[in-house]
Design a protein around this ligand. Structure first.
Ligand SMILES: Nc1ncnc2c1ncn2[C@@H]1O[C@H](COP(=O)(O)OP(=O)(O)OP(=O)(O)O)[C@@H](O)[C@H]1O
Ligand SMILES: [Mg+2]
Length: 269
């Protein structure tokens, strides 16, 4: 088995062909990290970018299902893993290596690190403009491995809900990124408001102002406020990313997010 130094070198070599690595994270579970990661990837591809998405949520790998790639299998080429392309996006997740979608894998910390390093270093990603990484909730081994081994990472997008009550965990994630000496690219507020299909007014079901309060506190930009819409869940469950298949409101919020990310990330490169 390759030692850590060799693995790290392999990862670095692979990253030479990947311009921008962005992690999507949050201290909180269930706020829509995976939904945002998948749809940002699709929206970036719609902007003409070459995109890959890597799922490092080893306990709850949802990326492939949400992207709509359950039928797409990985293959091998020249000793490397060839990622399947779904909607033009190269995708790698532990779920592609399990016989059954519901298989539980027991991971100890070092195994997680090894798996994540392989998912970058041993995968034939080719040339990419963006590699989006979907992290599990919190600030554990998975985001730590990425930050410690992907030196050129552009930073993290922090996903939050609009509820001020839930901000403590999200702030922990922001502070984690700062402590790792990486950049918080911006805040994405998900489930921001619900537009009543009858009266067309906005209802702030999970409260209002959480994303902007966070952005202000940490001097960050609130890059998007994505509406709460039952068609988001329905489409994502069916593997139909809403950046493409969603309502005009939802689709445009992702297109705008992608444009802002491109603006922010490519301005500093
Ligand atoms: N804007 C939205 N409107 C309606 N439903 C949404 C929205 N965003 C996400 N969802 C739904 O909320 C659920 C949780 O989303 P998701 O799995 O993306 O969250 P997560 O933060 O990645 O969760 P975990 O912490 O488990 O990884 C999913 O069923 C998803 O379809
Ligand atoms: Mg998730």
């Amino acid at each position: 088995m390759a030692n850590l130094k060799e693995r790290k070198e392999k990862v670095s070599r692979k990253l030479e062909n990947i311009d921008n690595v962005i992690m999507v994270m949050s201290g909180k579970g269930g706020v829509g990290k995976t939904t945002v990661a998948v749809n940002l990837a699709v929206a970036l591809a719609l902007e003409g970018k070459k995109v890959g998405i890597l799922d490092v949520d080893l306990h709850g790998p949802d990326v492939v299902r949400m992207l709509g790639g359950r039928e797409a299998k990985v293959s091998a080429v020249g000793g490397e893993i060839l990622p399947p392309e779904v909607h033009g996006i190269k995708v790698i997740s532990i779920s592609q290596f399990l016989d059954n979608d519901n298989d539980a894998v027991i991971w100890r910390g070092p195994l997680k690190t090894g798996a994540i390093m392989q998912f970058i270093g041993d995968v034939a990603w080719g040339k990419l403009d963006y590699l989006i990484i979907d992290a599990p909730p919190g600030t554990g081994d998975e985001p730590l491995t990425v930050f410690q081994n992907v030196e050129k990472i552009k930073g993290a997008l922090i996903v939050t809900s609009p509820s001020i009550v839930s901000q403590d965990d999200v702030e922990r994630a922001i502070n984690f990124v700062i402590k790792m000496d990486k950049q918080v690219i911006g805040i994405v507020e998900n489930m921001s408001y619900f537009i009543c299909p009858n009266c067309k007014t906005k209802h702030f079901i999970f409260g209002e102002g959480g994303g902007s309060a966070l952005a202000e506190k940490y001097n960050l930009e609130l890059l998007a406020q994505i509406p709460l819409d039952s068609t988001v869940r329905e489409n994502m469950d069916a593997g139909k990313p809403v950046a493409y298949f969603g309502t005009p409101e939802v689709t445009s919020s992702y297109v705008n997010l992608a444009k802002k990310v491109i603006e922010k990330v490519e301005a500093v490169s």
